[in-house]
Structures are given as C-alpha cells and as structure tokens.
Design a protein around this ligand. Structure first.
Ligand code: DC
Length: 218
C-alpha cells in the first residue's frame, strides 16, 4: 500500500495548485481525479450526448477508456489512446464533467483506476470524494475550501491573465451552481470527511496552505 494523502474540496479552492506543490515537496505522485472525469466528458461531448440523458451517458461509458500517464512528472489523460490533456480545462468540459459525474456508471468507470494508483504508489490525490469514498483509509485527509468570492476572484484573474474574456458575476454564478451540483448529488457528494483537516484558504497565501498541509504529512 502506498502512502495516501486525500485532498477534497469545491471547484476553484486551489486543490491542484496546492497538491502539485505538496507532491513536489514530499516526493509523492500527484493524481488529479477531476481530469479523469473531464477526459470522459470529452468523450460525451464528441458524441454529442445530452448530460441529462442518464441512459445515453451510461451507454457511452462502454466505449470509453480513460488511462493516465506521466510526462516529465506531469499527469497526462488518454481517452481511447488519444492524449486529450490539452483539451481538459475549459468551462464546457468542466460543466459536462460536473453533470455526468453524478451518474453511477461514470463513477464506477473511474473507481478502479483511482484505487489502483493509490495502492501502488505514494500519492496525493485530489477530487471530491477521495477521503469519503475512494480512499476512506487515506493516511491524511484534507478538505480545502475558500469562500465563493475568493474562488471567483482567483478564477477571474487566471482567465484575465490568459487574455480570455470573462465576467466576475458570471463566474460566481457558475461556481455556486457547480458547488450545488457537486454537494447535493446522490452518490459520492462532495463533503468533508469526518476525519479530514479543514483548511480554508480564503485569507492564506499558497505557501501558507502548502506548509499547513505538509505539517500533517509524513
Ligand atoms: O476538479 P475539477 O474541476 O477538474 O472536476 C471536474 C468535475 O468532476 C467536478 O465538478 C465534479 C467531478 N469530480 C467528481 O465528481 N469527483 C472527483 N473525485 C473529481 C471530480
């Protein structure tokens, strides 16, 4: 069994930024499970599937294979053998992932991949249900959150820096909707595991968050 750190929290809390830095500091492998849901979402988008049509989504899972690899230490996502990593981080893909991740067949599809990675390696794995469902016996569990306002502002800045057109009110609305969907779905909803350490990064620097999490890790 590898040494396992689970890090869960809502969209935009900074999980991936923080988890990558902790991984570097501690020598763990960083596993981004959201990217796996996004990989499957690309499959559904390519096939023109309506995310509200649960049967169609479940059926489409049968001809999708999501695998992961590492290039220079950076996680790559393959969909039926094609590297789709560069396509993952759009709002369209994120929304499709959020909607379809509520469907049991979608979660089932990715469960073994996530658990087998954690069995074999020392990992820090980020997602929504890692501490509660995927790795209930993780050595360390972190619930990383921040206020909606902080998360929206961070996302706004990030998009602005990339030169993309964006609207703060729209981003806030999107974040609220995504929180609502991720937290209220029937299976594996986002919630803090009872034994998780709560870290609210609203008024913390990246370094402070990384140091706080490293303090709990081996
Ligand atoms: O972390 P992210 O924004 O890349 O995740 C995209 C969506 O995938 C998220 O809105 C919900 C879903 N997801 C999930 O249901 N369970 C996980 N462990 C990770 C992500």
């Amino acid at each position: 069994m590898g040494y396992n750190v689970a890090i869960d929290g809502p969209a935009g809390a900074g999980k991936s930024t923080i988890a990558k830095l902790v991984a570097k500091e501690k020598g763990y492998i960083y596993v981004d499970t959201g990217a796996m849901y996004r990989g499957l979402a690309i499959h559904f988008l390519k096939k023109g599937i309506d995310p509200e049509n649960k049967e169609a989504v479940a059926k489409a899972c049968q001809d999708a294979e999501v695998t992961i690899g590492y290039e220079n230490g950076i996680q790559q996502i393959y969909l039926n053998g094609e590297n789709v990593t560069e396509m993952l981080r759009t709002e369209e893909v994120g929304n499709m992932a959020s909607k379809t991740s509520a469907i049991p067949e979608v979660r089932e599809k990715l469960l073994d991949l996530q658990r087998s990675l954690a069995r074999e390696k020392d990992v820090i794995m980020d997602g929504r249900d890692i501490g509660t469902n995927i790795l209930p016996d993780a050595d360390v569990k972190i619930y990383l959150t921040a206020s909606v306002e902080t998360r929206a502002e961070r996302r706004y800045k990030e998009l602005k820096e990339k030169g993309e057109k964006c609207d703060l009110a729209e981003i806030s609305r999107d974040i609220r909707e995504r929180d609502e969907r991720d937290m209220t779905r029937e299976i594996a909803p986002l919630k803090k595991a009872e034994d998780a350490v709560l870290v609210d990064s609203s008024d913390m620097t990246i370094k402070e968050v990384v140091d706080e999490i490293c303090r709990h890790c081996r």
